[in-house]
Each structure stands twice: as structure tokens, then as C-alpha cells.
Write a protein of this length. Structure first.
Length: 138
């Protein structure tokens, strides 16, 4: 027998084999439901957690910019990985500009105050007409 509470209750006679079977099957069902939910979050594009793996699977420059902005807001230390990932778009339309923007973000990000970082990243990674000026603190 295992170390679960249901196993211990069965071994001392406080639970019947039917109760034990029901408890273990409910536990298995809950674990499978949680696993399925986590798997679906990782496979659907909507509401996937933003992480380095997701930035490597972006199919368009627009998706890359959105993912990079969200990732760098929470984890600015991943800028080197974002730069590496941007280079795979270099041969596509707008890819060279994306690499240019990401390299400039890498150079300017350490000089940006945390309270204006969101505005800076929003401007750098917007869909059209990205601007790379350092925002002035208000």
C-alpha cells in the first residue's frame, strides 16, 4: 500500500475497500483534469503563459513584438534571449527592422527607470511606427 491517507485509513480498517477505491479514483480524476488544463494552456495560442519557449514559437513579427513586450515587462533580464530569437526573422519582410529595434531596446533598457519601462516597451514594440526614444520621467 502507498502513503496516501486513503491507503492508511484502509490499512487500519477505518475505510472500506469501496471507499478506498472511490477516493483513489477521485484523486486520479482530479490529477488528470489539472494535467489536461495545463496542457491546453500550453498548446492554445490564447492565454498561453509568456515565457522563452513561446517567444521561440512566434510565427509572425507582430506576435513576436507582443510576446517580447510582455516578457520584457516582467523579465527584462531575458533581453539577450529575445535578441537571439529576433534574428530568425532577419530574412523576412520587416525582419531587419525588428532586429534593429530589439538591439536598440537591449542597449537602452538598462538606462530606463522601472516606472517608465512599460511606456518605453509599448512604444518600441508597437505594430507600426516604433519609436526608440527614452521616456522622460514625469
Amino acid at each position: 500500500m502507498g502513503n496516501s491517507l486513503a491507503d492508511q485509513l484502509l490499512s487500519v480498517g477505518l475505510a472500506t475497500p469501496a471507499q478506498h477505491q472511490r477516493a483513489t479514483s477521485e484523486k486520479t480524476f482530479r490529477e488528470q483534469a489539472v494535467s489536461a488544463m495545463q496542457r491546453s494552456q500550453l498548446t492554445s495560442k490564447h492565454d498561453r503563459p509568456i515565457n522563452l519557449d513561446r517567444i521561440l514559437t512566434c510565427e509572425t513579427i507582430a506576435e513576436f513584438k507582443t510576446t517580447a513586450r510582455i516578457l520584457l515587462l516582467e523579465h527584462p533580464e531575458f533581453i539577450g534571449d529575445v535578441v537571439k530569437a529576433a534574428h530568425r526573422f532577419k530574412e523576412t519582410d520587416g525582419g531587419r527592422k525588428l532586429v534593429y529595434i530589439v538591439l536598440n531596446v537591449r542597449n537602452l533598457l538598462p538606462t530606463i527607470a522601472p516606472d517608465v519601462r512599460e511606456r518605453f516597451l509599448n512604444r518600441a514594440f508597437r505594430r507600426h511606427g516604433s519609436t526608440l526614444e527614452t521616456p522622460v520621467e514625469e
